[in-house]
Design a protein around this ligand. Structure first.
Ligand SMILES: Nc1ncnc2c1ncn2[C@@H]1O[C@H](COP(=O)(O)OP(=O)(O)O)[C@@H](O)[C@H]1O
Ligand code: SF4
Ligand SMILES: [Mg+2]
Length: 336
């Protein structure tokens, strides 16, 4: 595996809103992403997990260049794409594609599938019509659909088939990294399983790397090499998936895992529901954002946001309580 991450995010912050919206209502600014750092290594699946509204989509859109960062840097294959001129940034980002949560939104309802898929190739300079047709037919088969699907229209497909078509559309552009935003949400369990299997097959076949955005921990556990847990714009825990699932350390991760019904292996201890609602994202809190919901909060937690620190090799946690727990356990082992 190359030592240079295929995608790296360094101290990325993204501020949204803070302007006049519909009917001149002022939209309060939201710090949707706060000092996030991530490394994605070629070939791996890194899952980004957290409740709705924690900033997952905003992070994905910012990596893709659809949203501008307010601070920090994004690097692809070791080269920065932050601050590049639009054309250069577009070229540099062409190795990353985004699979939208709403698969149907990526397909024009008035165009045949063949026309939509060929259009992407045309924009990317494939001038020869028969080459475009052949490539579309081969890609439809690669995602498990019949080549005759090219003659049909989006409304003729089921939810699971639309996900396959959306994948075909972006894979024709030969990306190396896919940002998969809740790719199975809204699908029945059996269809979810087939889409997940397809994602694993496609990863092998096209040597892809995935940033997998989800709030479904059973899916994340099944798929991920590494996992990053996000709470109100910050990564609060990250590490190898096996380790985080076996030894969840942040109180938020513990409550998420304890609440997930279908998880296998060791169950997390802790309350099985995250108490209360997430704080208002427009508020700027001085300390840990999880304070009001945390079962083990201490006065120190209100002073400054805890920083991510290693608790094991490659396993980082941002929680004062976790470090007190770790120090106590090391002390107990020494005394034993
Ligand atoms: N265009 C926008 N303007 C202002 N706030 C926004 C906008 N889009 C999202 N937000 C806010 O940013 C935060 C993160 O949203 P989002 O990235 O969609 O979260 P997630 O994908 O984890 O559900 C939320 O508080 C959301 O309300
Ligand atoms: S820093 Fe404090 S409030 Fe935040 S999760 Fe850890 S123990 Fe709870
Ligand atoms: Mg989202």
């Amino acid at each position: 595996m190359s030592p240079v991450p295929i995608l790296a995010v360094r101290d990325l912050s993204v501020r949204l809103g803070g302007r006049k919206g519909f009917l001149q209502r002022t939209i309060l600014p939201v710090q949707a992403v706060k000092q996030v750092s991530l490394d994605l290594r070629a070939g791996e699946i890194l899952s980004l997990v957290g409740e709705s509204g924690c900033g997952k989509t905003t992070l994905g859109r910012t990596i893709l260049g659809l949203q501008r960062e307010s601070a920090g840097e994004i690097l692809l294959e070791g080269r920065t794409v932050s601050g590049l001129a639009p054309e250069a940034a577009r070229r540099a980002r062409s190795i990353v594609q985004y699979a939208h949560q709403d698969a149907g939104a990526a397909l024009d309802p008035w165009w045949s599938i063949g026309r939509t898929l060929e259009e992407g190739l045309l924009i990317h300079g494939v001038r020869n019509a028969s080459e475009r047709r052949d490539r579309v037919a081969a890609m439809l088969q690669a995602v498990g659909l019949d080549a005759t699907s090219a003659r049909r229209y989006p409304h003729e497909f089921s939810g699971g088939q639309l996900r396959r078509l959306a994948l075909a559309r972006i894979l024709l552009l030969q990306p190396r990294v896919l940002i998969l935003d809740e790719p199975t949400s809204g699908l029945d369990m059996s269809v979810q399983a087939t889409v997940l299997n397809l994602l694993l097959e496609l990863r092998e076949r096209f040597a892809l790397t995935y940033l997998f955005i989800s709030h479904d921990l059973s899916v994340v556990e099944r798929l991920s090499d590494r996992v990053a847990i996000m709470y109100l714009g910050r990564i609060v825990e990250s590490g190898p998936a096996k380790q985080v699932f076996a030894q969840p350390t942040h109180p938020y991760t513990r409550t998420l895992l304890a609440a997930a019904p279908r998880l296998t292996g060791r169950r997390a201890s802790g309350p099985s529901l995250v108490r209360g609602d997430p704080p208002n994202p427009t508020l700027v809190l001085p300390g840990c954002a999880f304070f009001d919901r945390c079962p083990v909060a201490m006065p120190v937690c209100q002073e400054a946001p805890p920083r991510l620190e290693p608790v094991a090799p490659g396993h980082d946690v941002a929680c004062y309580g976790a470090f007190i727990e770790q120090t106590a356990s090391i002390g107990a082992k020494r005394r034993a």
